[in-house]
Ligand binder design. Structure first.
Ligand SMILES: [Fe+2]
Length: 519
């Protein structure tokens, strides 16, 4: 059987503490300050059966402003104070108002002045000069009038707190938005998790479910899933119990289909208190936020969640567009590279092998996966400049003349000119321009030497020559892999960067060892 209860630490995740508090459990704290014991007794009697918004009152009595301050500091979130003016001094009550408003800066507590000597504290003067919410003459404050005054004071306090709570929630949504967009591009998985954590913090919806009552089985129910026709793929979860995940997904999918949740709808609260918040962009459903227990949420909190869901959906769409654009960019690069490759070989396999080995060598040199992948993508464009070399020279089966070789040597420069047209091809441009440079400075087109040659170009130089050696060309047969590796090793320090050659040879050794292990 499932037992649902609020987590003990829920308050530390909440944006506004426990607001609104559990109505049944929390009476409104009220401070009654008066040096006349009869007034205190009458107040107690008048408010004995008082209830507002389903809650009673908890009265705290003080006979001086000094005692009142002590009590004020000991009670969190005092809602209202009834304050006499003349007590230990002729204006003790008014000084107390000043301390609360100006020194403590509590602008939420409702302050009601209640005086028996209006001559000492004329209403107009007090109202104009002190930040109070009401002024009453004790003689006219009957039991019924006191009831009404306290009620309207508490109503105003409740509304102020609710406004503040909503303002904090809204601030959280707005603050989270830029972070969310940033994460959505760099670390999509982190983005989904952050989004879920924010939602759980925002509404205190986190609740524990226990299938056996044991602490080990406790979990907080909440996840964000991408909705793909009739299937849901979970992208973030908050301590979700893995065993039950599949069953929950099947259940949720069925519920979605039953409810026909499609577009533009707000949060749906199911009869058992679970909530489903659709993530929609331009009218199409992208995913859902599933929350375990939302029955206790106020309407304003549901609106905040819906607002946050709009931000989430926007960030998800941003991520989708970003990935689609990157994919289109890579495809365009690959097509260009293959087009160039068809100029002098039968297939485009060379660039694929080149990219793979460039990535492997870069990883072996200690570059990150992302950096290595970027080099791999840049490598495929290395010979793009061959588009500008006439076929008669490029495909000539015999030895090239000196002039013809000069034409061939123009392809790095042509490639660089082509790639200079694109905004995001800096590394590809470096590779195209410098992959025929040599470590000892005897290469072309600029005769760059050593580390003056961009590293991605030094890697591609090794990988390109190796692949040419093991391939058939109009003027030569294919070398064996061992012969080609031997040749590469021989050229370390003259043609090639020795560190790159070492890394390249290690990738081959690693591959051979792996093959040996797998038999
Ligand atoms: Fe080349």
């Amino acid at each position: 059987m499932k037992i649902i209860r609020k987590p003990q630490h829920a308050a530390e995740h909440s944006v506004a503490g426990n607001w609104p508090p559990d109505e049944a459990a929390a009476p409104w704290p009220i401070l009654v300050v008066d040096d006349d014991p009869d007034v205190l007794a009458i107040t107690r009697i008048s408010l004995k059966d008082f209830r507002f918004s389903g809650r009673g009152v908890q009265l705290h009595f003080a006979r001086s402003s000094e005692e009142a301050l002590k009590i004020y500091h000991s009670v969190p979130e005092m809602a209202l104070a009834l304050i006499d003016v003349v007590m230990e001094t002729e204006d003790a009550g008014l000084r107390l108002v000043e301390v609360i408003r100006k020194e403590i800066k509590d602008h939420t507590i409702r302050l009601i002045i209640r005086t028996g000597q209006p001559g000492h504290a004329p209403e107009r003067v007090i109202i104009d000069n002190y930040d109070i919410d009401d002024y009453k003459d004790k003689t006219e404050l009957t039991s019924n009038k006191l009831y009404t005054t306290v009620r309207s004071g508490l109503k105003s306090y409740r509304d102020l707190k609710l406004l503040e709570h909503n303002r904090q929630g809204l601030e959280m949504v707005l603050r989270a938005a830029p972070e969310m967009y940033l994460h959505s591009l760099d670390q999509p998985d982190q983005f989904f998790l952050e989004a879920l954590v924010q939602i759980i913090r925002m509404c205190e919806t986190a609740c524990f479910l226990s299938t056996s009552g044991g602490e080990k089985h406790e979990r907080i129910g909440g996840f964000i899933a991408i909705y793909n026709r009739d299937a849901l793929e979970v992208r973030a979860r908050w301590k979700w119990h893995p065993v039950e995940e599949k069953a929950e997904l099947i259940w949720l999918t069925q519920e979605l289909n039953k409810m026909g949740i499609q577009t533009g709808s707000g949060m749906s609260v199911l009869s058992d208190g679970r909530g489903i918040l659709p993530l929609t962009v331009h009218g199409s459903l992208m995913g859902v936020v599933y929350l375990e227990n939302v029955a206790h949420l106020a309407q304003s909190e549901k609106h905040l969640l819906e607002l946050y869901a709009v931000q989430c959906a926007g960030a998800m769409e941003n991520l989708r567009l970003h990935n689609a654009l990157a994919e289109a960019n890579h495809n365009a690069m690959r097509m260009l590279a293959v087009a160039a490759e068809f100029k002098d070989t039968e297939t485009g396999d060379h660039v694929k092998r080149l990219a793979r080995q460039t990535v492997e060598t870069a990883l072996e040199l200690g570059f990150s996966q992302d950096e290595a992948q970027e080099m791999g993508r840049a490598s495929v464009m290395h010979d793009i400049g061959k588009i500008g070399v006439p076929d008669a020279i490029l495909l000539k089966p015999n030895q090239l003349t000196r002039d013809e070789f000069e034409v061939i040597k123009s392809h790095p420069g042509i490639g660089a000119s082509i790639l200079a047209e694109g905004a995001n091809f800096k590394m590809a441009l470096d590779v195209a321009l410098s992959h025929h440079e040599r470590w000892d400075g005897t290469g072309y087109p600029m005769g760059l030497k050593g580390e003056a040659i961009p590293l991605p170009a030094r890697i591609v130089a090794v990988v390109d020559v190796f692949d040419a050696l093991i391939s058939v060309r109009p003027y030569k047969k294919a070398w064996s892999v061992l012969e080609a590796l031997g040749e590469i090793e021989k050229l370390a320090g003259t043609h090639f960067d020795p560190r790159v050659v070492e890394a390249f040879l290690r990738t081959h050794r690693n591959r051979r060892e792996k093959r040996g292990q797998t038999g």
